[in-house]
Design a protein around this ligand. Structure first.
Ligand code: ADP
Ligand code: MG
Length: 558
């Protein structure tokens, strides 16, 4: 039918659009990058579909992106002849936000009073298509799914509702027309209908896009008449396929932003090549901040997989373990089938070998990172890296060297286990640690008294995952990791032991009586050398669960 339907944006989409319409983000040029990125994704998808499905009724002879400007109408259009969208696609993909972390983003934005922090949040999230509403007072989208006959026209001002209507004639793919806000407003410092502005933004943000981005430009000919010609604005070089000295820092950064949807620079770049029987190129990045969905099971993770420059899949979990899910980038493997599925990838021996090499490289890069960057990294991703101590026992050693923990040694600084060992007292053979909810509960706990009195350093572990990895790993460099809240810690000299033995004899009757009287609550009552100021404390058996762990299991209903 040719009826125009008016629909409402989903609530979360509406809230995000409000932020865009009222331009919370100051770098408005990025709207063009988002449109080009979507167009490029759509071309990737169509190429893959046509390779897999030989009968697909789609034209793949000249896949490209086109930008057209109209100064008089004040419009900019980005067109692609890619996979396109059906009516249902348009409604579900453009009318709602399926991205995980949206609710969290909105909550934090509401709480944040500081404009700078809000911008950063938006940047981390990556608003995609909605970024157009920073510069537009109206956006029109026309799309036809490759292989289908009719098209869909979508339009919105970004204020709560949009319209959809079926159209008989539409070219394959999608075109998005941005009706720019009036020229004199603050929102349009740049004239997006000017050729050089478009050229510059494409060069800056989208040069590496693998598809031609074309624009028809006007030139004054010798005879004074204007001639028009189509030019390709980008160089289309796949960054990962170039050698390292051919790529400059700015190109790496822009590419990172393209693959990660992050608007901040990466902390580290890893560019490597695997040769031999199984060739691949990898271009990986370590972000400078954690995404909002880092701990969400639906969060985006892993890297993109390409096969000889053909995009195959996002979030390829076979290439990166879960505990390195924050690593972003591209792996281009030369000798895989384009039809490869996630399940087959998981089983593939060569893919596993690639994954091992990538993990080693990421861990080595982290180890060599400058102290300042590493501090940032650890604050953002430390809790995730520690999951690796459970998930990846083969790499326990390099992982333990990456761990930073709080300690009684210096309240202001985290320490490495290596430094702890270097500071160990003569006669100290174990690494002492205390787990708990916070530094202050641990510091005030009677368990620490004897250690403090002896001048022994104790590690202070407050992450829920800490108890689990300490338990699993058990030791560092051959030295046991020993919880101060468990078992009998041997802190005594021979002289002290003799004295303690005498005291035990003196108080034997009292202890037997106390053990009997408290039989319902404790296993045993004994004299202790742990305490210096508290009269008594309860300790767990060496093999018991610690209180935090007990609480955790109870909360999990076990
Ligand atoms: P993202 O690209 O991160 O998924 P966007 O807001 O940019 O988020 O786009 C939302 C979705 O809309 C895309 O995932 C895609 O499915 C669809 N889409 C957007 N632009 C296009 C396009 N040019 N061609 C086909 N699908 C598109
Ligand atoms: Mg996008």
């Amino acid at each position: 039918s040719d009826q125009v339907e008016t629909l409402e944006f989903q609530a979360e989409a509406r809230q995000l659009l409000q932020l865009m319409v009222h331009s919370i983000y100051s770098n408005k040029d990025v709207f063009l990058r988002e449109l080009i990125s979507n167009a490029s994704d759509a071309l990737d998808k169509l190429r893959l579909e046509s390779l897999v499905d030989k009968d697909l009724a789609a034209d793949v002879s000249d896949l490209h992106i086109e930008i057209a400007v109209d100064k008089d109408a004040r419009t900019l259009t980005v067109r692609d002849n890619g996979v396109g969208m059906s009516r249902d696609d348009v409604v579900s993909l453009i009318g709602t936000i399926a991205k995980s972390g949206t609710a969290e983003l909105l909550r934090r934005l509401r709480e944040s009073k500081d404009a700078g922090a809000s911008q950063e949040l938006i940047g981390q999230f990556g608003v995609g298509f909605y970024a157009t509403f920073m510069v537009a007072d109206r956006v029109t989208l026309l799309s036809r799914r490759a292989g289908e006959s009719g098209g869909t026209r979508w339009e919105s001002t970004g204020e709560g509702t949009y319209t959809v209507e079926a159209v008989d004639e539409a070219p394959q793919g999608t075109s998005v027309t941005v009706h720019l806000k009036p020229a004199d407003t603050e929102d349009n410092l740049h004239d997006y209908t000017a050729e050089w502005t478009v050229r510059e933004i494409v060069k800056r943000y989208s040069d590496f896009i693998a598809w031609p981005i074309r624009m028809t430009v006007e030139r004054a000919g010798e005879d004074g008449a204007t001639t028009r010609e189509a030019q390709t604005l980008n160089s289309m070089k796949a960054l990962w396929a170039r050698s390292r000295d051919e790529v400059d820092e700015a190109e790496y950064k822009e590419f990172y932003k393209h693959v990660s949807h992050d608007w901040a620079d990466p902390l580290e770049t890893i560019h490597m090549r695997g040769e031999g029987t199984f060739e691949y190129e990898a271009l990986l990045f370590l972000p400078s901040h954690a995404p909002l969905d880092l701990f969400s099971p639906q969060g985006r993770r892993g890297v993109q997989l390409y096969v000889k420059r053909v995009f195959i899949m996002d979030d390829c979990d076979a290439l990166m373990p879960n505990y390195l899910r924050f690593v972003k980038g591209v792996v281009d493997a030369h000798d895989l089938s384009l039809n490869i599925s996630r399940e087959i990838l998981q089983q593939d021996r060569q893919i596993r070998a690639v994954r091992r090499r990538l993990v080693k490289k990421v861990l080595a890069t982290l180890k060599e990172m400058p102290a300042e960057s590493y501090r940032t990294f650890w604050a953002e991703f430390g809790a995730v890296v520690k999951e690796g101590l459970l998930e990846d026992p083969d790499n326990a050693e390099p992982l333990l060297d990456l761990v930073r923990v709080a300690s009684t040694h210096d309240p202001a600084e985290l320490t490495t286990l290596r430094d702890y060992v270097a500071r160990m007292k003569d006669g100290q053979s174990e690494i002492y640690l205390a787990t708990g909810e916070s530094r202050s509960t641990i510091e005030n706990s009677p368990h620490l008294e004897a250690f403090r009195a002896k001048g022994y350093e104790v590690l202070i572990l407050t992450d829920p995952v800490d108890e689990v990895w300490v338990e699993r790993v058990g030791q560092y460099g051959g030295r046991a990791l020993r919880s101060v809240a468990k078992g009998q810690v041997d802190l005594e000299t021979d002289e002290e032991k003799a004295k303690a033995e005498a005291e035990r004899k003196d108080h034997a009757e009292l202890l037997t009586w106390l053990t009997g009287a408290l039989a319902d609550s404790v296993k045993e009552v004994r004299l202790s050398s742990r305490l210096t100021t508290s009269p008594a404390c309860v300790v767990g058996d060496a093999h018991d669960m610690t209180p935090t762990l007990e609480k955790m299991y109870r909360a999990m209903g076990q």
